[in-house]
Design a protein around this ligand. Structure first.
Ligand code: SF4
Ligand code: SF3
Length: 543
């Protein structure tokens, strides 16, 4: 295997025998083979559009299959095997339709004619034999750019899938995904690949806009909401991941059943949505970010539901309590299928002890997405003009296990009291419960939401720039971001596509970016690694 798509890749180079995330060679081979097969399907779908052959089932399936290969989503070989066979079946059926409509498919890519082996072991061998990453291009810089594009596509497909689940789709996004997946099977020049990467970022803004419309259209705009971090005596279910619809359906199905629902990880901001917070049994938040699940989940005395990334190998002490749904999967973990009948989760929770005591661990505030912030825009603008607010920091992104991530805690603690901090995604757990006070009644720490809510952060930055009649780069605003997986990669591409400069990125730079490609990014966007200490960076930023 050869995988270096995430921040924790082995030795900062690549995972070659087993993934630090727990991915084994078997799954790595199947992921590569699925990606290859999906590219074949995308070549056909791309040609199909030219003769008006469009199949929404293919559009959805392509996104799901690309999303499944994102870090910490699916570790279940059986599901990849099914997906590979389905991809080839869809490819061949669509090909017949495209040709019947007069379309021509002029690609010579192997993905177009690939025949899957008929055993799982055979598929794994086919996947390994691809040497997928290392053969993307013989030139290391072009390989690096293709990797950036492919990982960006994984993030884009994820957000497109999240949006589609809530009924928000745009055929242009699907068309773009098919086109790029097909193009990546060909030899591409440097300029073409750079333009493609930026375009992926641009299209991702549209995908995130759709997702924002799906979330807010279904559950209302988040409002400032206090979330308790303790617990109360009752049976309980813990929900983690990013999927609001799964949570909404679980809340509905558990109403009146004597069970409290707790959020975990990226589900924390869900407490701010009116149509989710209306359930009195959506009680509080338990635990912190994904990388602490093996420590925290054994302590949870109820059932645990994973809706999307990030899953880690469930330990024996709690694997029986774990359920997955949607694209997330782990071998031998019970999976709730598309009927979203959460009865087994409910029954598990009722059979477990639940919390027996009342514990007060304080609380945190959520619900500062774009609508809330726009509601106090006048106050914010006045505060900037009167210099009550000196600077804004967008301090967020993914969390992870590296000790260097303490930088983000230090940064939040050391940012002076006349500066505001906007945060989003699971990186916030490095400082989410710090009491940082307020400026003129506006909390200094504003939780914009999940990584899935990056659209909201972009909207806030753009609105601020509009209010001050300047560009985002001219605002007293600094981006200090942390990354781990490929949703973060595509968000970074989106920020580049908006021309946002001077982003600080940590805790380490991606292993798949070569020095030459990094130079291109530095020259165009002045992106830089986080410094040795938060104090040094703060001194530079606040000059
Ligand atoms: Fe390694 Fe990350 Fe790939 Fe897992 S996803 S195999 S940790 S690089
Ligand atoms: Fe976190 Fe996985 Fe990236 Fe949603 S939950 S931000 S790492």
């Amino acid at each position: 295997m050869y995988c270096n798509q995430c921040e924790q890749t082995a030795k900062g180079v690549a995972c070659t025998t087993v993934g630090v995330c727990g991915k084994n060679e078997e799954v790595a081979g199947l992921e590569d083979l699925l990606t290859h097969a999906v590219q074949g399907l995308c070549i056909v779908a791309d040609a199909g559009r030219k003769v008006n052959v469009i199949d929404n089932a293919v559009d959805r399936f392509v996104c799901e299959s690309i999303f499944a290969c994102l870090t910490n989503v699916d570790f279940d070989p059986a599901r990849f095997v099914d997906a590979i066979y389905k991809t080839v079946k869809l490819r061949d059926e669509l090909k017949t339709k495209v040709e019947a409509a007069g379309g021509t498919i002029d690609s010579t890519a192997a993905a177009l004619t690939f025949t899957p082996a008929d055993t799982t072991a055979g598929l794994e061998e086919q996947g390994a034999a691809l040497n997928y990453i290392t053969t993307l291009d013989a030139n290391e810089d072009l390989q690096s750019l293709k990797q950036i594009a492919m990982y960006g596509m994984r993030g884009l497909a994820a957000y497109t899938d999240h949006a589609a689940i809530l009924g928000q789709e745009d055929d242009e996004v699907y068309a773009f995904i098919h086109h790029v997946m097909a193009a990546l099977t060909t030899t591409m020049e440097l300029n073409d690949l750079v333009a493609t990467a930026l375009k992926i970022g641009e299209v991702n803004i549209r995908a995130m806009e759709l997702l924002d419309a799906g979330n807010t259209g279904t559950y209302g705009h988040p409002v400032p909401t206090e979330v308790v971090l303790g617990h109360r005596p009752n049976k309980c279910i813990l929900v983690t991941g990013h999927d609001l619809k799964d949570l909404g359906m679980l809340l509905e199905q558990t109403q009146g059943k004597g069970i409290d629902i707790y959020s975990h990880g990226e589900m924390l901001p869900c407490h701010g949505y009116p149509e989710l917070k209306k359930y009195a049994h959506f009680y509080g938040h338990f635990g912190t970010a994904w990388q602490n699940q093996q420590k925290e989940m054994p302590e949870f005395p109820g059932a645990i539901l994973f809706t999307t990334n990030c899953i880690q190998k469930p330990k024996d002490s709690y694997i029986d309590n774990v359920f997955t749904t949607g694209l997330v999967g782990w071998p031998d973990v019970k999976h709730v299928g598309d009927d979203k009948d959460f009865t087994p989760v409910v029954e598990k929770a009722l059979s477990m002890p639940g919390f027996s005591d009342e514990v007060d661990n304080g609380s945190v505030m959520v619900g500062f997405a774009r609508n809330t912030v726009f509601g106090v825009a006048d106050k914010v603008i006045d505060a900037v003009k009167s210099k009550a607010i000196r600077h804004f920091f967008l301090l967020g992104g993914c969390d992870g296990a590296k000790p260097g991530r303490n930088y983000y805690t230090d940064m939040a603690e050391q940012i002076p009291s006349d500066c505001m901090i906007l945060t989003l995604a699971c990186g916030k757990f490095r400082f989410f419960d710090k009491k940082l006070g307020d400026i003129g009644g506006i909390p200094r720490l504003l939780d914009v939401g999940q990584c899935n809510d990056a659209y909201s952060a972009v909207a806030i930055a753009t609105a601020l720039a509009g209010a001050f009649e300047c560009g985002v780069n001219d605002l007293p605003l600094s981006f200090v971001l942390s990354w781990y997986e490929q949703k973060a990669v595509v968000i970074l591409l989106s920020l580049f596509s908006l021309g946002i400069k001077d982003i600080r990125l940590g805790p380490s730079l991606p292993a798949f970016v070569t020095p030459n490609v990094l130079n291109v990014l530095v020259e165009n966007f002045n992106v830089m690694p986080i410094g040795d200490t938060a104090a040094d960076d703060l001194k530079t930023i606040l000059g």
